[in-house]
Design a protein around this ligand. Structure first.
Ligand code: BGC
Length: 380
């Protein structure tokens, strides 16, 4: 079966804004007729920047990654490509996400990078950006059914496999161990992929009785707090019994660990995580969390910035060449040019690597209660 890839082009700025904006754009460019050259956004008035690239991040409450890693790394990487970064966070508010995007589209950013709170709003933003000729990149989260030109993320099924395998390994000597799975948002593409990867490993083990699934629960909006209360209810209704927990990310893991602590179970029940956040790494050092999945967000940000800069320059074939992987849109079967990076496992013995890579500092990680363990793990 072959899919036809429509020929794409990113139209030069001033030509694309539709009737209403064209008039004001011409005014801004000081033009009375059709001779506008303002489409060349590389000639910024201050001479220092090639233009502006807009970034909209989804939330802060679902994971510390967005503000702690994505924002600064994207800012740095876009600056390195010569662009001014306009980075906003929608704080989980779909309306806000939409209006931030409208503002960026109206001001004709040179490219738009989005990680949307849900695919519905992601798709609607992409359609508007595409109609305005603005190259759009799905950052980390794919919006199925959308029109993004590119997708930059990780092998997210592999993320789930790493989580599933780590839990299976931790429970290897507990036949029939009882497992609770606390997942991400049911409508978020990555959450579905993480779950798929976990089940690749765990389903056969549930099927043959090696492990016992107590409950497998998606959590609306990746709400970490709701993840904690949901876990508590499941635990209570299972008579307080749990041997292992799949937590989809470090935020969920933190909420689960709080409940385990209340029940005197932390440190004995393996818990997975993801994002290598400061709190997640500290929980690993304390022995409350078994692992996290490290995703090289710095590399992700650099690849995204590079791709956005190439696309902003209008060179579609160079951008297509750079995004050399392909992802199939699960809704439409459209092929999306992608950059996909590999995730890896971090456990107690490799927390040090995350520090060495510059994601967190030893000073912030090694609080007084963790000083001794940091020392023995060689974290400085
Ligand atoms: C990201 C994860 C993050 C989660 C919640 C997912 O789309 O890939 O890294 O933990 O969203 O924000």
């Amino acid at each position: 079966m072959t899919h036809r890839i429509p020929t794409r082009s990113f139209r030069p700025r001033l030509v694309v804004t539709g009737v209403a904006l064209t008039a004001s754009a011409l005014l801004l460019a000081g033009c009375s007729g059709g001779s506008a050259t303002g489409g060349d956004s590389t000639s910024a008035p201050d001479g220092g920047s090639k233009g502006t690239i807009g970034v909209i991040l989804p939330e802060t409450a679902t994971s510390a990654r967005w503000e702690a890693f994505d924002k600064p790394f994207l800012e740095e990487a876009l600056a390195k490509e010569g662009y001014t970064a306009d980075i906003q966070n929608a704080q989980g508010d779909v309306q806000k996400f939409s209006s931030l995007a409208d503002g960026m589209i109206a001001k004709q950013v040179d490219a738009l990078i989005i990680a949307s709170p849900n695919p519905e709003v992601g798709v609607s933003v992409e359609q508007k950006a595409t109609a305005a000729g603005i190259p759009t990149i799905d950052y980390d989260r794919l919006n199925p059914g959308g029109t993004a030109d590119y997708y930059v993320s990780f092998d997210n099924v592999e993320v789930g496999r790493l989580q599933g395998q780590a839990l299976a390994d931790a429970l290897a000597d507990k036949p029939g161990a009882q497992v609770i799975q606390i997942e991400g948002a049911p409508d978020e593409n990555n959450a579905v992929l993480f779950h798929e990867g976990q089940m690749d490993v765990l389903q056969p083990l549930y099927d043959d009785g090696t492990l016992t699934l107590v409950r497998d629960q998606f959590i609306l909006g990746w709400d970490n707090q709701l993840g904690g209360t949901t876990f508590e209810q499941i635990l209570t209704s299972n008579g307080g019994k749990v041997d292992g927990v799949v937590a989809a990310n470090d935020g969920m893991a933190g909420a689960v660990i709080t409940v385990l602590q209340k029940n005197g179970l932390n440190g004995t029940v393996p818990v997975t995580g993801q994002d290598a956040t400061l709190a997640g790494l500290q929980a690993i050092l304390r022995g409350d969390q078994t692992m996290t999945v490290f995703k090289a967000i710095k590399k992700q940000a650099e690849a995204t910035a590079k791709l956005a800069a190439i696309a902003a320059s209008g060179d579609v074939s160079a951008a297509d060449e750079y995004a050399s992987s392909t992802t199939i849109d699960p809704k439409t079967n459209r092929e999306i040019k992608s950059v996909l990076l590999d995730p890896s496992v971090v456990d107690k013995s490799s927390v040090k690597d995350v520090v060495d890579e510059g994601y967190v500092t030893a000073a912030e990680l090694c609080t007084a209660d963790l000083a001794a363990i940091c020392e023995s793990e060689g974290i400085k």
